[in-house]
Ligand binder design. Structure first.
Ligand code: ADP
Ligand code: MG
Length: 230
């Protein structure tokens, strides 16, 4: 399903005044495609992702999936947002955020259980996803014995295990070297296409983004035309 961000503004309190982190942004990410979101530090990329993922309610505007009614608005309750996140959104952050005591397979099974999937379906789906990210031989390894790139692949497999409509990815390659970074972007993009997720991917490094379908630029919270090469 398409991810539709419509006229989203996010204002934070800032001492006696306010700070407009996201300023009237409208953006659609078509189902099965990846849009990269670029912009300097502080331009509002993570804030926009937080609204798109229901982690922070917008000050104004809406987020919807496909042609459905808005899933996140100014009045969405925390519980309603949590339910949407659990069922319909996959997240990948800069750090993989794995649980040290669990194997790769157990990291995925835990999330599938939280999503209420039938126990018998969880293992096959988890193994399928770990295989899809190239970790077939390492499914019983714990994070401490995996490389940084492998850990991020576990996080990607976990993001896809519940078959999300929308995938939100924030700076997934900043802890990796360039070559590993390119591989991770290619992996996210190809899995998004294969599993028909609308993917919004924040990056500060345009050189790793050859595989993405579209690019959007934020500056001071506003979408802007592609800037001249810096
Ligand atoms: P980016 O991800 O592009 O670096 P952010 O979305 O993190 O940008 O931040 C955008 C602006 O909002 C910055 O000025 C930042 O300081 C501010 N900001 C981010 N999070 C908060 C918050 N929780 N409270 C107040 N201001 C915030
Ligand atoms: Mg950020």
């Amino acid at each position: 399903m398409d991810l539709r961000i419509e006229n989203v503004t996010l204002v934070y309190p800032d001492g006696d005044t306010t700070l407009t982190a996201v300023d009237d942004v409208s953006l659609t990410v078509p189902s099965g495609t990846t849009t990269a979101l670029l912009g300097p530090s502080g331009s509002g990329k993570s804030s926009l992702l937080a609204v798109a993922g229901g982690l922070t309610p917008p000050t104004s505007g809406t987020v919807s999936f496909g042609d459905g009614p808005p899933v996140f608005t100014t009045t969405t309750t925390r519980d309603a947002a949590t339910a949407v996140r659990l069922e319909r959104i996959g997240f990948v952050f800069q750090q993989p955020q794995l649980i040290p005591s669990l194997t790769a397979l157990e990291q995925l099974e835990l999330l599938a259980h939280l999503r209420g999937h039938r126990p018998s379906s969880v293992r096959d789906r988890s193994l399928e996803m770990l295989d899809a990210v190239g970790l077939g031989p390492w499914v019983h390894k714990r994070p401490g014995t995996l490389s940084g790139g492998q850990r991020q692949r576990v996080a990607i497999a976990r993001a896809f295990v519940g078959d999300p409509d929308v995938l939100l990815v924030d700076e997934p390659t900043s802890a990796l070297d360039h070559e590993r970074g390119v591989e991770i972007i290619e992996l996210v993009t190809s899995l998004g296409r294969r599993f028909d997720a609308a993917t919004l991917l924040v990056s500060h490094d345009e050189s790793t983004l050859g595989a993405v379908d579209a690019t959007a630029y934020l500056l001071d919270g506003r979408l802007v035309a592609r800037p001249a090469a810096a």
